[in-house]
Design a protein around this ligand. Structure first.
Ligand code: RBF
Length: 215
C-alpha cells in the first residue's frame, strides 16, 4: 500500500491553455440544484485555471440525463455547420439554430427557448466546439430505471465523442442516494466532498488540446 496515494485525478504536468478554445456544456434540469453546482465548478475552473474566455463557454440545458447524448451530438453538429458556412450564410439551417443559445455564451437557455441577453455584451467565437461536457445527476430509485438510463447515457456519450472526433466529457454522477450526489458536487453539509465539475472542466480543456494537437 502506497503511503502517499491520493484517490482521484492528478493534475496534468504541463500548462493547459484554453484561451483559444470554445467549449459546450450541456446539463440536465433533473436534480438541478446539484447539477448547478457541478456546472459552476466546471465553468469556474475553465475560466480561472485554464484561461478559457467566458464568452466561449456555451451552456445549454436538457430535461434529463437520457437526453444528454442527443443534445451533445446535435449542438456539436450545429456549431460545425455554423463554423463551416459562416454566420451570415445560414439560410438552410434556420430551424436547426432557432431557439438555441449559441451566440449567448455562459447563459442557460430559458425553458421557453427564448435566448437571454448576452452577458457583458461580449460576442463569443463562431468556431466549432472543441469539447463538450455533459453534466447530470442520476440517483437510484426503487425501479430499474436507474440502471437503464446509466447504461444508455454512458454508451451514448462515449459514442458521440468517438463518432464526432470531438471529446465529450462524461460529467454524469451515478449515485445510490442523494447524499452521495451532494458530496460529489462539493455540496455536502460536512464540507468534505469534492466538486467533480472541477475535474470535468480541466478534463475538457486537456482533451480539446489533445484533439487539436499537431503531431
Ligand atoms: N433524469 C436524470 O437526469 N436523473 C435522474 O435521476 C432521473 N431519474 C428518472 C427516474 C424515472 C423513474 C424516470 C421516468 C426518469 C428519470 N430521469 C432522470 C429522466 C430521464 O433522464 C429522461 O429525461 C426521461 O426518461 C425522458 O426521456
Amino acid at each position: 500500500m502506497l503511503d502517499d496515494f491520493h484517490k482521484g485525478l492528478e493534475p496534468a504536468t504541463t500548462t493547459q491553455d484554453g484561451s483559444a478554445l470554445r467549449i459546450l456544456i450541456v446539463h440536465t434540469r433533473w436534480n438541478s440544484a446539484i447539477v448547478q453546482g457541478l456546472v459552476d465548478g466546471a465553468k469556474k475552473t475553465m475560466i480561472e485555471q485554464h484561461n478559457v474566455k467566458p464568452e466561449n463557454i456555451v451552456i445549454e440545458s436538457v430535461p434529463g440525463a437520457y437526453e444528454l447524448p442527443f443534445a451533445a451530438k446535435k449542438l456539436l453538429e450545429v456549431s460545425q455547420i455554423r463554423a463551416a458556412e459562416g454566420a451570415s450564410d445560414l439560410m438552410g439551417n434556420v430551424n436547426l439554430l432557432e431557439g438555441l443559445n449559441l451566440n449567448s455564451p455562459t447563459t442557460t437557455t430559458t425553458p421557453t427557448g427564448s435566448a437571454p441577453p448576452v452577458s457583458g455584451g461580449a460576442k463569443g467565437s463562431r468556431q466549432a466546439f472543441d469539447a463538450v461536457i455533459c453534466i447530470g445527476v442520476l440517483i437510484k430509485g426503487s425501479t430499474m430505471h436507474f440502471e437503464y438510463i446509466c447504461e444508455a447515457v454512458s454508451q451514448g456519450i462515449m459514442r458521440v465523442g468517438l463518432d464526432s472526433g470531438v471529446p465529450v466529457i462524461f460529467g454524469v454522477l451515478t449515485c445510490l442516494n442523494e447524499e452521495q450526489a451532494l458530496s460529489r458536487a462539493g455540496l455536502d453539509k460536512a464540507g468534505k466532498g469534492h466538486n467533480h465539475g472541477i475535474d470535468w472542466g480541466s478534463g475538457a480543456v486537456e482533451m480539446a488540446l489533445l484533439k487539436n494537437r499537431t503531431l
